[in-house]
Design a protein around this ligand. Sequence first.
Ligand SMILES: [Zn+2]
Length: 274
Amino acid sequence: MPELPEVETVKRELAKKVTGCTIAHTKIYLVKTIQKPDPESFVKCIQNSRINSVKRRGKYLLFYLSNHLCLAAHLKMTGHFSVCGQGSALHKHTRVVFSLDNGCDLRFVDTRTFGVMYLLCQKEMDQFKPLACLGPEPLSDAFTAQYLFETGHQRTLPIKAFLLNQSFACGLGNIYVDESLFRAGILPDRRTNTLSKDEWAALTLTIKEVLQEGIQHRGTSIQSYTSTDGRPGGYQDRLLVYGKDQRPCVRCGTPIQKQKTAGRGTHFCPTCQR
Ligand SMILES: [Zn+2]
């Protein structure tokens, strides 16, 4: 699933390509992609809206539109946006097409069909649960060691489950959590109430570092993720533990282990992480 660096990469590319464009008309090929409102109202409300800006919150892409509307989209497993000429052939898994006034389409292709879109009034966004429940952005100033300590130290969750919970740390997923924990030297199944203040501080730093590097390399392409123009990201070549099952640890040579933590395949070094 695309995580913060992948969604941020998509956001930056879309912002360049579609900001200022007006949505002339919309065609929905898969009704279930549109979660809110009903498809007919969706098409009608969004027509002639201008895309004022493209932003990101956690793993959500937010298209701020004129008419006080916001289109929130979650890529889930395989959702993918592209911008192409209106005459170009339609991919067979195309779910929604927004035809823009500049002769281009903004297309949403989604093989596994878990991707979703919501059309919201900007003023109702604070009450819209999936967005309202998100914790602070890990790259923001609000995401500090003190915040993580205060949120985590009275809980007894495995640290991996804690970091995957979007209401504590939004935008993180399996890959970047494994990488951050490895760099911070913390085992993924350590309970949050056992982490020292120094460990929370180290983890805060490594999370920010790993995410920033992920963005610099335009995300990680392991399964299906590519950016809006079909180019893969480059961070998969820099991963230290994720997907490295049985390969020697870059720091100590011990074979990297894989286990299930928080229901997810989790990679770690049993020597470097405690
Ligand atoms: Zn090691």
